[in-house]
Design a protein around this ligand. Structure first.
Ligand code: EPZ
Length: 431
């Protein structure tokens, strides 16, 4: 049976109502990684034949990417298990328009593949976002070093190249999507490309594994130096996306903060070592299997921890807000330092409204743990901030209403179903 991906009908003004005070208990399955499936779907544009991607999470960002590829004329079908088959050979356009890119910055990831495979691309600049200015200068600089002619006009990146040439690229800053764009561009470039100071995130490694399965010649993914020998073409393949380490960590923190005991399945503990260390520092008893993690807080209150975010394998910025939520109800004083983005503490003022004793000094959120938070009306501002407010609501007394939850639907598949499965009292209301 072939069905087409439908846009989630959930209204932008939906809210989540959470009644706190219950320890989470039970088991859930972790979905495929958002930050791996987005570059991999963009990478399908490089193939000479159909590509099937499996373990795709049902997220708004995936729907947006499917819409973006569909607009280019690429044929996409989705089966009942959410496997997406992409046939890039039907492509007609090479443009990523502003109205799509403004809703999802990761649309920039079509730039490298379009340039490498078709020699042209017109991609809207993503613009800033709530957590920071999020420039893409390093994406552009790297492609220019590989011979692309790039103009930025009226908010669009206009790029063309007869055939990209391999180059030695030294990234000024570790950038995940910057590394991914240049990695994809290099697969079909003439000669060898070396990317120094490359991002080492597991999602970069998953993309490299996918590209190598298509016939690329990439070595060093997961280390600071990636080497790519350009090839003439890449073939269509079937590929299963790796589990989402941030979704995994989010549910583990939710269990820890509520004093609960949960098992997360279909995940990979090796992807989140730094998060597991901090959860153990907070007092959680953690057991690891090959593809599962069990966390047992045994009804206890967590101990406050010190966290400093940095590129992988250090503590992930995408888990910062969730650990801020843990610290505000933990025993003792804690600190969370955000070193990657310049404005990723917007959840703090929302938590203050719930009674948290937390203040931001420079790049650090300093907390003095309180025994109880009180439910309140709070507003989500970005994806991971939304998750942290839901987690805070799970432990707060009374009812918490989280507004603007379209943020959460971008990155967490069926969050209220999974939390309800764990005994959380959470429901969505359409306004
Ligand atoms: C990726 O964003 C993730 N998104 C983000 O996840 C994640 O927070 C981030 O990496 C860091 O881990 C996807 O993978 C789709 P960066 P990305 O480029 O690639 C600076 C989530 O919640 N920079 O690694 O856009 C930039 O300003 C999202 O799932 C430049 O200066 O982030 C930032 O300070 C949020 N110039 C730093 O690098 C550039 O050209 C890291 O940003 C590019 C980046």
């Amino acid at each position: 049976m072939r069905i087409f991906f439908c846009n989630d009908s959930r209204d932008l003004m939906d809210k989540l109502i959470i009644n706190g005070g219950r320890p989470l208990d039970g088991a859930i399955r972790i979905s495929g990684a958002k930050n791996a499936v987005l570059p991999i779907l963009a990478g399908t544009l490089l193939a000479e034949g159909p590509v099937t991607v499996s373990n795709v999470p049902h997220l708004n960002d995936v729907t947006t990417t499917v819409s973006l590829l569909g607009r280019m004329g690429v044929d996409l079908v989705v089966d009942e298990k959410l496997n997406i088959e992409v046939d890039p050979q039907t492509i007609k356009e090479f443009c990523a328009p502003y109205e799509l890119v403004k809703t999802m910055r990761a649309s920039i990831l079509v730039l490298g593949p379009l340039l490498a495979r078709y020699g042209r691309a017109e991609v809207s600049l993503p613009g800033g976002c709530a957590i920071g200015s999020r420039p893409v200068d390093l994406h552009i600089k790297g492609l220019q070093a590989m011979g692309a002619e790039i103009d930025v006009q009226n908010g669009y990146i206009l790029a063309k190249a007869k055939r990209l040439r391999g180059a030695k690229l030294v990234m000024d800053t570790v950038t995940v999507t910057g590394t991914e764009n240049l990695l994809m561009a290099a697969t079909l470039a003439e000669g060898e490309t070396i990317i120094e100071n490359a991002a080492r995130e597991p999602e970069v490694v998953d993309l490299a594994d996918f590209l190598n399965k298509m016939g690329a010649q990439i070595s060093g993914a997961g280390t600071p130096t990636i080497t790519v020998k350009g090839v003439d073409s890449l073939k269509g393949v079937r590929y299963r996306v790796l589990p989402d380490r941030i979704e995994t960590g989010t549910y583990l923190v939710a269990a820890a903060i509520t004093g609960g005991r949960i098992k997360v399945k279909d995940t990979d503990p090796k992807l989140l070592d730094s998060v597991i260390v901090k959860l153990r520092d907070a007092g959680a008893k953690i057991t690891l299997g090959d593809d599962w993690i069990e966390l047992d807080m045994q009804g206890r209150r967590p101990q406050a921890v010190t966290v400093k975010t940095a590129p992988y394998p250090a503590f992930p910025t995408d888990m910062q807000a969730q650990f801020t939520a843990l610290n505000v109800v933990a025993e003792g004083t804690g600190s969370v330092t955000e070193n990657v983005f310049e404005n990723r503490f917007m959840h703090v003022q929302e938590m203050q409204r719930m009674g948290a004793d937390v203040r931001v000094e420079g790049k650090t959120a300093l907390t003095r743990g309180v025994k109880n938070l009180n439910g309140a009306q709070v507003m989500a501002t970005d994806l991971r901030a939304s998750a942290s407010l839901i987690i805070a609501g799970l432990v707060a007394n009374g009812e918490t209403v989280v507004d603007r939850i379209y943020h959460i639907d971008r990155g967490y598949e069926a969050i209220e179903e999974k939390l309800s499965q764990l005994g959380g009292k959470i429901r969505r209301i359409a306004v």
